[in-house]
Design a protein around this ligand. Structure first.
Ligand SMILES: Nc1ncnc2c1ncn2[C@@H]1O[C@H](COP(=O)(O)OP(=O)(O)OP(=O)(O)O)[C@@H](O)[C@H]1O
Ligand SMILES: [Mg+2]
Length: 264
């Protein structure tokens, strides 16, 4: 049984398609890198898989179930986290919230077993040293790792990550991609990761999907990341350069949070 099956999937907002006629499959344990310019429909697709958005037609199954029946199996790390940084919560409390919301506990007092799980999760992402620190005082890479720990605490079988590397400097990007690699290797969790920059994630990506409202290409990285394919979406300046036994993909696509972007 596949982790995700989509067949001729069209996702709409009040009838207007944001994703159109997309067919793909993600096997269990695989990591899919979801690539596409601003407004391509990446977040929309992720939210629909997570059952946050329900206006679609065609077929969409998560572990052979409609997405909303598979909710307990799904962890979601949003594009820009929705924590109010004026509230002084510690890293540990942020992680523990992942266990509380999912199981419907009151959030006035965090149960001990949830705190213990939160400590384990922080340890897993390499942050046990900052568990008592305020979330707002952490670096960008540390914050992102805390959010990964928060998603891990409910033992998801499928982890959906919306641009986990955006707004991070190169060393923080490496930190976060290392943790993603560890999640894949040690937990075997199926992941779908949206990104504007595929390069830091190529090592863990089993498949790449390029969308621009419609499906442009889907397959192994070397099948999708070809000069002609990339140029067809990002324009003539985009290219794929082989560097030793790896590929380096230049799209000129900068994430500008909805203010247009490179090369559409
Ligand atoms: N809540 C909404 N209501 C109406 N239209 C929406 C809504 N959210 C997104 N859209 C539209 O759906 C399309 C796809 O948006 P989406 O956010 O999924 O793109 P994206 O690939 O994630 O872009 P980015 O790289 O900028 O994050 C866009 O045309 C957008 O305007
Ligand atoms: Mg998005």
């Amino acid at each position: 049984m596949a982790a995700i099956t989509a067949e001729n999937l069209t996702i709409t907002y009040e009838g207007v398609p944001a994703v159109e006629g997309v067919t793909f499959e993600v096997e269990r344990g695989e990591t899919l890198l979801l690539l596409g310019p601003n407004g391509a429909g990446k977040t929309t697709l992720l939210k629909t898989i997570a059952c946050f958005h329900r206006e679609y037609r065609g077929e969409l199954k998560v572990f052979d179930m409609p997405p909303c029946e598979a909710r307990e199996l799904i962890g979601y790390v949003p594009q820009s986290h929705s924590l109010n940084e004026r509230v002084p919560v510690t890293a540990l409390e942020v992680v523990a919230m992942g266990g509380i919301y999912k199981r419907g506990f009151s959030h006035f007092k965090i149960p001990k077993h949830v705190l213990e799980k939160a400590e384990d999760a922080l340890n897993f992402v390499g942050l046990s040293n900052v568990q008592g620190k305020l979330f707002r005082e952490l670096s960008g890479g540390q914050k992102q790792r805390v959010l990964l720990a928060r998603a891990l605490i409910s033992d998801p079988k499928l982890l959906l990550l919306d641009e986990p590397l955006s707004a991070l400097d190169p060393s923080a990007r490496a930190e976060v991609s290392n943790v993603l690699g560890k999640i894949k290797r040690e937990r075997g969790i199926t992941m779908v990761i949206t990104t504007h920059d595929v390069n830091p994630l190529l090592e863990i990506g089993d498949k790449v999907m390029l969308i621009n409202r419609r499906l442009i290409a889907f397959g192994k990285p070397e099948e999708v990341l070809r000069d002609s394919v990339i140029k067809s979406v990002y324009g003539p300046l985009a290219r794929v350069i082989p560097v030793e036994d790896r590929l380096f993909c230049i799209t000129g696509d900068v994430h500008l949070h909805g203010h247009g972007g490179g090369g559409r």
